[in-house]
Design a protein around this ligand. Sequence first.
Ligand code: AMP
Ligand code: ZN
Length: 465
Amino acid sequence: MIQIYNSQTRQKENFVPLTPGKVGMYCCGPTVYDYFHIGNARPFIMFDVFRRFLESRGYEVTFVQNFTDVDDKMIDRANREGITVKELGDRFIAEYWKDAGALGVKPATVHPRATEHMQEMIEIIRGLVDRGLAYEKDGSVYFSTPDFHDYGKLSGQNLEDLDSGARVSVDEEKRNPLDFALWKAEKPGEPSWDSPWGKGRPGWHIECSAMSMKYLGDRFDIHCGGQDLLFPHHENEVAQSEGYTGHPFVNYWMHNGFLNIDNTKMSKSLGNFFTVRDILKEYEPESVRMLMLSAHYRSPLNFSREMMAQAKASLTRLYTARDRMTDLEKTAKPAAHQDDLDDMKGKLKEIEERFDAGMDNDFNTAEAMGALFELVYLANTELNESSAKESVEEALALLNKMTGIFGLLTKKEDEVPQEVQELANERAQARKDKNWARSDELRAKLSEMGWLVEDSPQGQKLRRA
Ligand code: AMP
Ligand code: ZN
């Protein structure tokens, strides 16, 4: 049974989808005013893995991740660059595809853009006004928090506590400090859309209520995002959606912890701000995935050179194990007796159960990763030339299943060009003849051509440098 830590109840709960066999999942996506950074990559990668895991369990997952393509940051940058907000959005959505694709993040079922859902937003705002939960003031519409009695339930705060810390800024016409804009009256230099309250643009929170309910229905299973979004973004989504429909909105709220750089908060002013585009100039995308998966998604995660070096080394161990198993599979013979297989079968089953138990436990990828490396250890110690073909195949299938869920080992075995293979064969002969000087010379030549030679008990192996 899959258990999910629900931010709303602050405990782990059994996961029971609304419709058996189906899961509706909405994740807050990027604001497309810039390249996304390595912190943003955490929810993109983690929720991609959870989706893959749910799919591996046979669920049909409808996964929705929006693009926030109109807000203050978008407008500021578009104005600075002298382009329209639409042009800015188009540009960074295209960049999102490149970076997310490089990181192995599968496209969502739907990637709605906020600016293409004005009617849906206006409909909800109109409903909230009709129900007395929102009020208009000079062309803007605000949500009236004291009129929604459950306000604060998601983040576990009550209105009085929240109220005491809040201030109304001078340029706003809100009745209460916690009220928030659903619709903002047009200002010079800002894009605007027609509405019953005049020209204007939507508030940020209403975008996610409208897009999630449009594609998943007005009640759905999982809503996710980074922990910074719990309040006020998600609290306000609950208020808007439940205020509008009159019934519960989301069953499970999931929030990922923050990624820090060298144990400090990432920020532009500290200069420790890294885009994925920059990181991928230096590191392989799968190493980034490996690092993210090594920690539970709710824990803070540190990004540093040392952590990346460790992630890379772990990834290499995985690839080496797969190569070794693939080689063994080619030569292994079928078992002579069923008994020969039972022992390995039992061990593989135990590892698979440990992997599943980790993932069932609130998607604890760190635990599941432990099981994956037990398999690597088992393969390295117990599989060899005399292993039965069935055992090698089964171990390899389990490796592929686990790494498939993690989105790792996506690179196929390198195809070796003929001239490289010939030099390598020559080197193998030189080693047989104990002609070490010639063997070293050939290794250097191969290295110049961009190929590394590794010697193992199974013989030499070629890998791209
Ligand atoms: P944004 O484009 O800022 O709205 O962020 C997109 C997603 O990235 C949201 O789910 C954020 O909560 C998440 N996020 C932003 N910064 C970090 C960080 N440093 N670590 C983890 N998640 C983050
Ligand atoms: Zn959102």
